[in-house]
Design a protein around this ligand. Structure first.
Ligand SMILES: Cc1ncc(COP(=O)(O)O)c(C=O)c1O
Length: 385
């Protein structure tokens, strides 16, 4: 059976389409006025001092680390329950990722286990707000202050996330958001780096475009040509105006999208509340989630099925599903290169075998959500021990 209820579909209206057409007709396609406008809007939305448009969240994560110029072999603490980009950028800078186990329920880094992993080489903590639930940022900030560490947040899932009524994007030293196709808002590919420190903002702004002192818009702008100087060996991470055209209008819809995601998440919670074989997401009292993805964990000891078989059964009924994630400490590269083992992070190892992600996005209908609940509960009944 083919998938007729996909894992994700973006919500794009005529305002996004018209803005892209306007950009194409303007003749200015790369970083320029639309990117500037999107950055200004994003800054206001988060309430931070600087927002830098980028071609991905990965670029923001990399710039955060690259800007610090930590000595080779320095250690950066992060979670194994994340997309590879979080840890890969640490490796790109010839640093060592140190995985700290996650807490049950939220599947976020367990702040209570961070200090035990700090050594003389530790330079930063990289929390990931998993599935859009904020990490315990006060606890992380306190550890960082005590040990003089930087905090770089991976907020790929966390647009609309708040911690103790404070929006994510303002809490760590640098925060990276994603506008990848399935994120809470999308530019196809794209990201934003938020920062309040002027010096770090200047440094990352220069590194985002090869290390040049001026971007193209400034070089060829209305005030006439002006030459750049090369200040550092930087990267090619700038956002295009074509992508920013989508972002400008997507950003205006965050509240509408959020309300739908929350409503569908609550429908899922309600639908599974009498199914003890399924563990549903926990939301702490300090948290507002962005409801980015809806993850269930199967209680495998109550079922005669593996997670992957269960996943295939859902797909066979026409519904797209995913896995977020199989822990990075279990992946061949990290096992071979950094000698990580399943026992390093037992909670993450356990969840890696039993999590699966159900479709959750504003383009779904109430009937779609009901159908997913029905299929999943029927499958639980089929495989119940
Ligand atoms: C937790 C996490 N971090 C980083 C990324 C990378 O985002 P991007 O694709 O915008 O580089 C993703 C993307 O899915 C993610 O889920």
């Amino acid at each position: 059976m083919s998938i007729d209820l996909p894992f994700h579909r973006a919500w794009l209206d005529d305002d996004e389409i018209n803005e892209v057409v306007d950009t194409l007709k303007s003749g200015w396609l790369t970083t320029g006025p639309k990117t500037h406008r999107f950055e200004e809007d994003f800054k206001e939305y988060i309430g931070c001092k600087h927002a830098l448009g980028l071609n991905s969240c990965t670029a923001g994560l990399h710039l955060s680390i690259a800007a610090m110029e930590f000595p080779e072999g320095s250690e950066v603490i992060t979670t194994p329950m994340t997309f590879p980009a979080t840890a890969n950028v640490i490796v790109h800078e010839r640093l060592r990722p140190v995985f700290v186990d996650i807490e049950p329920g939220t599947l976020n880094i367990d702040a209570g286990k961070i200090e035990a992993k700090i050594t003389g080489k530790t330079r930063a903590i990289f929390p990931v707000h998993f599935a859009g639930h904020p990490c315990d940022m006060d606890a992380i900030a306190e550890i960082a202050r005590k040990h003089n560490l930087m905090v770089f947040e991976d907020a790929a899932h966390a647009l609309e996330t708040s911690y103790k009524n404070r929006k994510i994007g303002n809490l760590g030293n640098l925060t990276s958001f994603s506008f990848y196709a399935n994120k809470n808002i999308t530019t196809g590919e794209g990201g934003m780096l938020t920062v309040n420190d002027d010096e770090l903002a200047d440094k990352t702004r220069i590194l985002r475009l090869h290390g040049l002192s001026k971007d193209a818009w400034k070089r060829f702008g209305k005030t006439g040509f002006s030459q750049w100087e090369l200040l550092a060996p930087g990267y090619k991470y700038n956002l295009t105006d074509i992508a920013a055209s989508l972002g400008i209008h997507q950003l205006k819809k965050t509240k509408k999208f959020f309300d739908l995601r929350k409503r569908y998440s609550e429908m899922y919670n309600e639908g599974f509340k009498d199914t003890p074989e399924i563990e549903t997401p926990v939301i702490k009292d300090y948290a507002q989630s962005s409801y980015h993805i809806y993850i269930i964990a199967l209680r495998l000891e109550r079922l005669n099925v593996t997670r992957d078989q269960f996943l295939n059964e859902i797909q066979a009924r026409g519904i797209g599903v995913a896995v977020h994630y199989v822990g990075l400490h279990l992946q061949p590269f990290y096992r071979e290169e950094f000698n990580t083992k399943p026992t390093d992070c037992p909670v993450a190892t356990d969840y890696s075998q039993r999590v699966l992600t159900l479709p959750l996005y504003p383009k779904m209908s109430v009937e779609d959500v009901s159908r997913v609940i029905e299929v999943v509960t029927e499958l639980v009944a089929k495989f119940r021990r």
